[in-house]
Each structure stands twice: as structure tokens, then as C-alpha cells.
Design a protein around this ligand. Structure first.
Ligand SMILES: C[S@@+](CC[C@H](N)C(=O)[O-])C[C@H]1O[C@@H](n2cnc3c(N)ncnc32)[C@H](O)[C@@H]1O
Length: 297
């Protein structure tokens, strides 16, 4: 028996609702497809072919098992929908040719050899250690604030404690932060470099391995730049540059300098340069936020 018009509208609504739910249920597939593109070096493989490559060229360079080529086509389909890669089917004598995949502005940032790239920070953000805590988000809401944070609930340690205990993870985090800071600071200095003029010394608080401080020091050699961070981070900091590294806890004290630099990166990238007043060098309230840059990113 054919459904009534009212029942048909209700059924269509149910199917639309299920589709909506499935979109959200499987949205992690996009992130995981991006992670596997990074793990396999697909952007590098396309780049090595001059910026456009067929599936078999990608498979050969990305050291895929030959039995997985048809699966690679499906992975590429997800990455095309996400805008990570694009595809063309060049015609030969009116016949549609083999698919040729190309880099997009987003995947150009995944090429390891590119001078501007976001390889390390993307690897860090998609690492299991960061992704897996979100499966316990519901449980976390049932705990009283402030402890444990979501990361500690999963791993038994805070983000920074885990980095302190796991050298490989420490390296992943520090390299990731340098990659993010180098990328953003080039833009920040071009767009609002004036905030650094006239400063004699600057301390980047929680500055990691100095991605930002090094960029400021390169652009403004007269500014004496230092980085303050936790001891396990400073222990592995690069040497042989103008940037000085100081181990400490920012909640206890901050080394004196003309300006304190803070980089905050959430939906909006903000750098805050707090200039010191004329009185006590060690007092936080002697610093005022005289300069601040914000970018949508
Ligand atoms: C998200 S990373 C940012 C690193 C750097 N500012 C950047 O943007 O590239 C946060 C940094 O804060 C450091 N950190 C965390 N707690 C700290 C504390 N109590 N005192 C000093 N540094 C701390 C971490 O070790 C890490 O290097």
C-alpha cells in the first residue's frame, strides 16, 4: 500500500535526519584521511612529480603495498571532497584519461621540502595522544573542575608531563610548535612588525624551541630575544643562535626584559607584546599591553 502524502513527508524527514547524523558520526574520517596522507607523504609524492601525479605514481612514491592501490583511490576521493587535493581527467582524442591529482593551497602546506609548511604542527595535532582523549569527553563532564583535564583523564599525565616523560613525544610537540610559530611569525612580522620597533630586549614566555623568538631576532637583530620554557623543553632547545633559552615556570617568575611576548593561538591568532614601564622590573603589573596583533586563522 502506498504511503499517504503526510507519511511520505515524515519518512523523508527521518532519512534526512539520519543522513545529518551520519555526516557528524563519520566526520572524523576527514581528519584521519588527512593523517594518513601525511603518514604516507602523498603531498610530497605529488610534489616530486612536478605538482600533479597519477594514482600509480603516488602509490610508487608513497611506498604503498600494490594490493592497496584501489583503496588509495578511495582515500583520494575523501581528500578531494575535503579540498586537500584536486583532480583532473585530461582528455586524449576525446577520451577521458587517467585521473591526475594535484596539490591545492592546503596541501602545498603539507610538502616537507617547502620553505613554508605546516607538516610538523599538523602531525602533532593529529597524533593519537591528542585525538584519543576526545573519546572520553562525556566522562570528563561528569568530573568536578579543575582536575583532571581531558588529556590527563586519558593518559594519567598532563600534556606537559607526558612530554617530559616521553622524549619522542617531546620532540613531536616542540617541532610542531616551531613549525606553527615560524609559519605565523613571518606573516605577523610582515603585517605588524612595527610592534617590535624600539624594544631593546624581549622574552617569549612559554616560547618552546624559539620559533617566534628566532623569527623576531632575524627580522630585528637589535632586539635581544630570549625564550623561557619548562626545563625539559629548554634541555633540547637549539644552540648556536642569538636567542637565549631560560628554564623556569612562568607561574613563579618571568625573566626581566623590556617586553614580554605571548603567542595565543585559538581560532584567532593573537600576539601580545607587553612593554615594561619604568618602575619595578619584576612586577607583572609594570607591563602594559601596548601592542597586540590579531589575525583570523
Ligand atoms: C602550545 S606551546 C607554545 C610554544 C610557543 N609559544 C609557540 O607558540 O611556538 C606551549 C608551551 O608552554 C610551555 N609551558 C607549559 N607550562 C609552562 C610553565 N608553567 N612555564 C613555562 N612554560 C610552560 C610548554 O612547554 C610549551 O612549550
Amino acid at each position: 500500500m502506498a504511503p499517504t502524502r503526510e507519511q511520505h513527508i515524515l519518512d523523508q524527514g527521518l532519512l534526512d535526519a539520519q543522513l545529518e547524523l551520519w555526516h557528524h558520526t563519520f566526520s572524523y574520517v576527514k581528519s584521519m584521511a588527512l593523517k594518513s596522507a601525511l603518514d604516507l607523504g602523498i603531498a610530497d609524492a605529488i610534489h616530486r612529480q612536478g605538482g600533479a601525479a597519477t594514482l600509480s605514481q603516488i602509490a610508487a612514491t608513497a611506498t604503498l603495498h600494490p594490493t592497496k592501490i584501489s583503496c588509495l583511490r578511495r582515500l583520494m576521493r575523501v581528500l578531494l571532497v575535503s579540498g586537500i587535493f584536486s583532480v583532473d581527467h585530461p582528455r586524449d582524442d576525446g577520451v577521458e584519461g587517467e585521473a591526475v591529482y594535484a596539490l591545492t593551497p592546503a596541501s602545498r602546506l603539507l610538502v616537507c621540502s617547502a620553505s613554508v609548511n605546516m607538516v610538523h604542527i599538523t602531525k602533532m595535532l593529529l597524533h593519537t595522544n591528542l585525538v584519543s582523549p576526545f573519546s572520553d569527553l562525556g566522562t570528563w563532564f561528569q568530573h568536578e573542575l579543575p582536575e583532571p583535564d581531558l588529556f590527563k583523564l586519558k593518559h594519567g599525565k598532563t600534556f606537559w608531563e607526558l612530554a617530559d616523560h616521553d622524549p619522542a613525544y617531546n620532540a613531536l610537540v616542540n617541532d610542531g610548535m616551531v613549525s606553527d610559530s615560524s609559519f605565523l611569525m613571518d606573516i605577523a612580522i610582515r603585517e605588524c612588525g612595527a610592534v617590535f620597533q624600539g624594544i631593546g630586549s624581549l622574552v617569549d614566555v612559554a616560547g618552546g624551541h624559539g620559533g617566534a623568538a628566532q623569527a623576531i631576532s632575524n627580522a630585528f637583530p637589535d632586539v635581544k630575544c630570549s625564550v623561557m620554557d619548562l626545563a625539559h623543553v629548554v634541555a633540547k632547545a637549539p644552540s648556536g643562535s642569538d636567542v637565549e633559552y631560560i628554564a623556569g615556570d612562568m607561574f613563579e617568575s618571568i625573566p626581566p626584559a623590556d617586553a614580554v611576548f605571548l603567542k595565543v593561538r585559538q581560532l584567532v591568532f593573537t600576539i601580545l607584546v607587553l612593554r615594561r614601564g619604568a618602575t619595578r622590573a619584576d612586577a607583572c603589573n609594570d607591563y602594559s599591553p601596548s601592542c597586540c596583533c590579531r589575525f583570523n586563522s
